[in-house]
Design a protein around this ligand. Structure first.
Ligand code: PLP
Length: 254
C-alpha cells in the first residue's frame, strides 16, 4: 500500500520493499532476508493491497518469529473484515496479543463499513507507552465528532457489515470466474478488489475503461505494468466492468 512507503520516506526512512512470489503470494525467503537487515518498523497488510492475497496464520507466525528485537510490527488489517470468513485467515490481534514485543494492529471504517469519506479508523497497540507516544505526534484535529459518531453507529450494526461482506464475497467469486473464463489472470482475493494481469499495457486498458465510464488503477511498478486493480461494486456495475474489460482485451490482442 503506497502510504506504507510514502510516510516513512517523508520521515527520512530508508524503505525496503519485500517482493511477492510469481503467483503474487507470500515469499518466505524474501521476508527472511528483509528482516535480517534489522528494520525498525515493519508494515504488513493482511490482506495485501493491491493483490488482495491473504497471509495465512502459519505465514504470519513465521514473519513474527523472524522479527528483530528492535522492530515495531504494524499489522494493517484495513480489509480484515472481508478476509475473516476465509479459512486460515489469522486473527491478528489474537496472534500478537501473546507476544512480548511492540506491535500495532490498524483497522479502518473506510472499507467493509463503507465510510471512507468520514476518515475514521483505529489502532490497537501492545502497550500504553506506544499509544501515548502516538498521541503526542498526532495532528490535533484528526478525527472529528461526526466521524466518531458514525464509527460507533457502524460498530452497532453488525448485520449490515455481515451482509456487505457476504455480498462482496459472492461478487469477488463471480467476477473472478468470468474474467478467468475470458483468459485473464486474476489473483485470488480475500478483499473487495481484484488484481488482474490483463496481458496488455495497463495504462492503455485503464484509459479505454475510463472512456467507457469505469475507473480502475493501472499498475506502473516494473514487472507489473500489465496489471490493474479494480474495486468491485454492485452486480450490475460489475457486469459493465467485465463486459468493457473483455471487449478491450478482445479488440487489442497483445
Ligand atoms: C492496506 C491499506 N491500509 C490503509 C488504507 C487507508 O485506509 P483509511 O481510509 O482508513 O486511511 C488503505 C486504503 O486504500 C489500504 O489499502
Amino acid at each position: 500500500f503506497s502510504l506504507h512507503e510514502t510516510f516513512p520516506r517523508v520521515m527520512g526512512a530508508r524503505v525496503r520493499k519485500v517482493p511477492v512470489t510469481d503467483g503474487f503470494g507470500f515469499d518466505a525467503d524474501a521476508w527472511r532476508d528483509a528482516l535480517a537487515e534489522g528494520p525498525k518498523l515493519v508494515f504488513l497488510a493482511n490482506p495485501c493491497n493491491p493483490t488482495g492475497a491473504m497471509l495465512a496464520a502459519g505465514e504470519l507466525e513465521r514473519i513474527v518469529a523472524g522479527l528483530p528485537d528492535t522492530a515495531l510490527l504494524v499489522l494493517d488489517e484495513a480489509y480484515g473484515e472481508f478476509a475473516r470468513s476465509h479459512p486460515g485467515y489469522p486473527d491478528g490481534l489474537e496472534a500478537l496479543r501473546r507476544l512480548d514485543r511492540p506491535w500495532i494492529v490498524l483497522r479502518t471504517f473506510s472499507k467493509a463499513y463503507g465510510l471512507a469519506g468520514v476518515r475514521v479508523g483505529y489502532g490497537i497497540a501492545s502497550d500504553e507507552a506506544l499509544i501515548q507516544a502516538l498521541d503526542r505526534v498526532r495532528t490535533p484535529y484528526n478525527v472529528n465528532h461526526p466521524a466518531q459518531e458514525a464509527a460507533i453507529a457502524a460498530l452497532g450494526d453488525p448485520a449490515h457489515l455481515a451482509d456487505t461482506v457476504r455480498r462482496t464475497a459472492l461478487e469477488i467469486a463471480r467476477v473472478s470466474g468470468l474474467l478467468r473464463d475470458a483468459g485473464l489472470k486474476v489473483v485470488p482475493s480475500a478483499a473487495n478488489f481484484l488484481f488482474i494481469d490483463t496481458g496488455r499495457p495497463a495504462d492503455h486498458v485503464a484509459r479505454e475503461l475510463h472512456h467507457a465510464g469505469v475507473i480502475v488503477k493501472a499498475w506502473r511498478e516494473p514487472g507489473y505494468e500489465t496489471c490493474i486493480r479494480a474495486s468491485l461494486s454492485t452486480p450490475g456495475d460489475n457486469d459493465v466492468f467485465v463486459r468493457c474489460l473483455t471487449d478491450i482485451c478482445a479488440k487489442d490482442t497483445p
